[in-house]
Write a protein that binds this ligand. Structure first.
Ligand code: TRP
Length: 345
């Protein structure tokens, strides 16, 4: 039987924002119609940056689930599974084996690792340095097994994660060559929508920069944040010609507005007929219209059996993981059951 499987993950370090939605969640929701989906809450990977803040991670696991359900991920569907990384011991085992297949120099050259090291002023821990290997385990544990050419293991991620997926497939190829063919290579699925800029026009939304709109923000907060938002720098007042293609506010309109609110907006801005204040007031309405159903689903989810969803999803992941690990141990000659045939006396 053809297997079409999705595995993707997120580090639970806080509530999710509009950037997460535009860059990732919007796609994930659609995948639920077609794929067997495993959405991983990577709480161990979160320790690579938050080892001193365990309670923050613990709280964020719940937050992430609420955010996921609020945007329409549905763990009550039989093909949709929420998985908690720390409760899947098979991942730790597979990570250990994979570390032997990766020259350390390869990790040091990984551009994402390099960029993350450059941003941090503390010395990287061993756990941080090997997280690309543990991420390879996150993905390959879910290999369709035995792997068939037509099966799929799709990994929707942002651009920055591509080096990790290339590393993952190097591991899969090395393993298959050296031992036995256990793994299907994963297929990266990089979202088309670029990064949504922060409300201050900075390239990235990030909580530490204070330029994010959260999925759970209430209408008043959204209004405050939007009215402070940056627009085209060259447009100082209504009447000045604007450059919508360079304006973060317009980009938000494009991402969250419908045909009707977009129509003529660019040309009215360019001609100076549309002022930034009016444009932002429109955006407040657009965003709150977009967020209202999300808020409603979130409210309902607050009394849903989240722990049960997570247990069941993780249990399903373990079933698959145990099949993979059995094949891995056999291929690596770590399954000694056939070596010793003592008779119990
Ligand atoms: N590194 C990813 C991020 O920071 C999160 C992640 C953990 C992940 N395990 C994964 C993504 C497996 C895809 C597949 O966003």
């Amino acid at each position: 039987m053809l297997i079409k499987r999705i595995l993707t993950g997120i580090r639970p370090t806080g509530a999710l924002h509009l950037g997460h939605y535009a860059g990732a969640l919007k796609q994930w929701v659609l995948f639920q119609e077609e794929y067997e989906c495993f959405f991983l809450i990577a709480d161990i990977q979160a320790l690579t940056t938050h080892v001193d803040r365990p309670t923050l991670i613990e709280k964020a696991v719940r937050e992430v689930m609420l955010d996921w359900i609020s945007v329409g991920l549905d763990p009550t569907k039989p093909n949709v599974h929420f998985v908690l990384q720390s409760n899947l011991p098979e991942l730790a085992e597979l990570t250990t084996y994979f570390t032997m297949l990766v020259p350390f120099s390869e990790i040091e050259k990984n551009p994402t690792i390099k960029a993350e090291r450059a941003q941090s002023d503390s010395a990287p821990t061993t756990g941080f340095m090997i997280y690309p290997v543990s991420q390879a385990a996150d993905i390959l544990l879910f290999t369709p097994y035995p792997p068939q050419e037509k099966d799929e293991l799709l990994v929707p991620v942002g651009e920055d994660q591509v080096p990790h997926l290339e590393g993952t497939n190097r591991i899969a190829r090395r393993f298959n060559r050296r031992y036995e063919r256990v793994f299907l290579e994963c297929a990266p699925k990089v979202g088309k929508i670029g990064r949504l800029p922060g409300t201050d026009g900075q390239a990235k939304m990030s909580k530490s920069l204070g330029n994010v709109i959260l999925l759970k923000d209430n209408p008043d907060t959204v209004e405050k944040l939007v009215m402070k938002m940056f627009t085209d720098e060259k447009k100082a007042r209504k009447g000045d010609p604007g450059h919508p293609e360079k304006c973060p506010t317009y980009l938000y309109h494009q991402t969250f507005g419908d045909q009707k609110t977009l129509e003529g907006r660019a040309s009215r801005c360019q001609s100076g007929r549309l002022g930034c204040v009016e444009c932002k007031k429109d955006l407040v309405r657009v965003l709150n219209t977009f967020l209202d159903p999300i808020r409603a689903r979130r409210k309902k989810a607050e009394s849903a059996p989240l722990g049960k969803y997570l247990r069941e999803g993780t249990e399903k992941a373990r079933e698959i993981g145990q099949v993979t690990m059995k094949a891995v141990r056999q291929a690596m000659h770590l399954d000694y059951s056939s070596v010793f045939n003592e008779i119990d006396s």
